[in-house]
Design a protein around this ligand. Structure first.
Ligand SMILES: [Zn+2]
Length: 441
């Protein structure tokens, strides 16, 4: 009588490895690369061979090498990229994989009638789209409680395909601030929120908010240091936390090993956040000379997100897409962001790639490269921002961002020469993460 059950269990266990999409791929893979940009910022090599074992880069050799010296009868899978430009997997430091902006009426309907489960399901699709576009790691900075961390964990477990995720969970925000999603809602429709999602005011409450997120398993802390474009309140885009609150957030986060990413548009909020010691400023729209000096002094990164600025600028032109309080901010902020990056770049600010997709469309992340080039960054500088610098900001500089022995095999490839025209990165057609091939054309 037990036999069918045993047989079923054996079948399910046997089927699992075939279904697994996460974790390092087992075995040896050999990539033959036409051009290999193994360490962005240094010259590319022509004809190179990358040997990967169990998802980790083992060796990088000059030339197209067939006899790679795999010991014994261990089978090696050869992958021919000899007509491709090969580079490290791209990293987007500012995504929102669990949502996609929609017209205001639909946004309110969803807030009134849906649960956060809907957002997690959306995230399954957007995560796959992101990975297929060549982004093997993202920093997801802002999501409803529990949604992004669930996505992160199931990608890591191999249940669904997606990029490696570092998650902040819900942004730490002030009452009525950007990130208080109950803005403009009737008190009758405002639920009681726990410390993981509730706005917080004063040094004591913001410390508690940081610690509550750490308890929920976040990888970093996201704060809204200033007002934002898409919050449904006419509170502008200037500073929203007091200095003592910002100081308390950064101290509490760093004490527990979490970096702090600060959303900031207005110059006062950018500078207050930098003085508090945040690790990155997201957007940085109205940064001034004093802010640039503070960036350079503290070593904080700017994550420019011009992608979102250009997107909201277009949407602001569509009648009825945004309510008036958002439309005015979108029309004003959008055009300024590219100029801010140009000034920051000229001033020597460290730049890490980030798009704010979720505002703009998921999977179009590489469009940011075009906007960065338009702000005066060279193709090499653009690629460094999305690999070496982004890996450093993520705190994963020893694992990703270059193709070197000991690092995870996160590798993408494209037809053309992104060092000549960075826009070709919009057409990535080979994607490997942890040695596992997710896209090959
Ligand atoms: Zn954002």
């Amino acid at each position: 009588m037990m036999r069918p059950i045993v047989a079923l269990v054996v079948f399910v266990l046997a089927a699992l490895p075939a279904l697994a999409l996460g974790g390092p791929a087992e075995g040896v893979r050999v990539l033959h690369c036409g051009v290999l940009l193994d360490r962005p910022g240094e010259p590319a090599r022509h004809n190179a061979t990358v040997i990967i074992r169990d998802g980790v880069i083992e060796r990088v050799l000059d030339g197209i090498v067939m006899d790679v010296g795999v010991p014994g009868d261990e089978p090696a899978e050869f992958i021919d990229l000899s007509d491709r430009f090969v580079l490290p997997g791209l990293i987007d430091c500012h995504t929102h994989l669990t949502f996609q902006s929609v017209p205001v009426g639909e946004r309110v309907r969803r807030a009134m009638s849906e649960t956060t489960n809907h957002q997690t399901i959306d995230g399954v699709v957007y995560a796959q789209r992101t990975l297929m576009a060549g982004f093997t790691t993202v920093r997801n900075v802002g999501s409803a409680g529990g949604t992004a961390t669930a996505l992160r964990d199931r990608i890591e477990a191999g249940v669904i395909p997606g990029p490696r995720m570092l998650c902040s969970g819900p942004s730490v925000t002030v009452t009525g601030g950007h990130g208080d999603w109950t803005n403009s809602f009737s008190p009758a429709l405002r639920p009681d929120q726990g410390p993981e999602t509730a706005p917080s005011d004063g040094p004591g409450e913001v410390r508690r908010a940081v610690r509550a997120r750490v308890r929920e398993g976040v990888d970093l802390i996201k704060i809204t240091a200033t007002g934002g474009v898409l919050s449904m309140t006419a509170a502008g885009v200037d500073q929203q936390f007091f200095q003592d609150e910002l100081d308390a957030i950064v101290e509490a986060a760093h004490m527990m090993g979490r970096k702090v990413a600060a959303h900031a548009h207005g110059a006062d909020g950018i500078k207050a956040a930098l003085r508090a010691g945040v690790d990155s400023i997201e957007h940085g729209t109205y940064l001034d000379d004093e802010a640039i000096a503070l960036f350079v002094e503290t070593g904080a990164y700017l994550v420019p997100t011009i992608h979102a600025g250009k997107y909201v600028e277009v949407q602001a032109g569509i009648e009825g897409y945004y309510p008036p309080e958002i439309r005015e901010k979108a029309a004003a902020v959008g055009p300024v962001m590219q100029g801010a990056l140009a000034r920051a770049h000229e001033g020597g600010v460290r730049i890490a790639f980030g798009t704010d997709v979720g505002v703009g469309a998921h999977g179009t992340n590489a469009l940011e490269f075009v906007y960065m080039a338009g702000a005066g960054m060279s193709p090499t500088e653009c690629i460094v921002a999305a690999t070496v610098n982004a890996a450093d900001l993520c705190g994963l500089g020893d694992q990703i961002g270059t193709i070197e022995p000991g690092k995870r095999a996160d590798i993408v490839a494209v037809v053309g020469d992104p060092l000549g025209d960075v826009s070709v990165l919009q057409n990535i057609d080979f994607v490997m993460k942890d040695g596992r091939v997710f896209r090959r054309e």
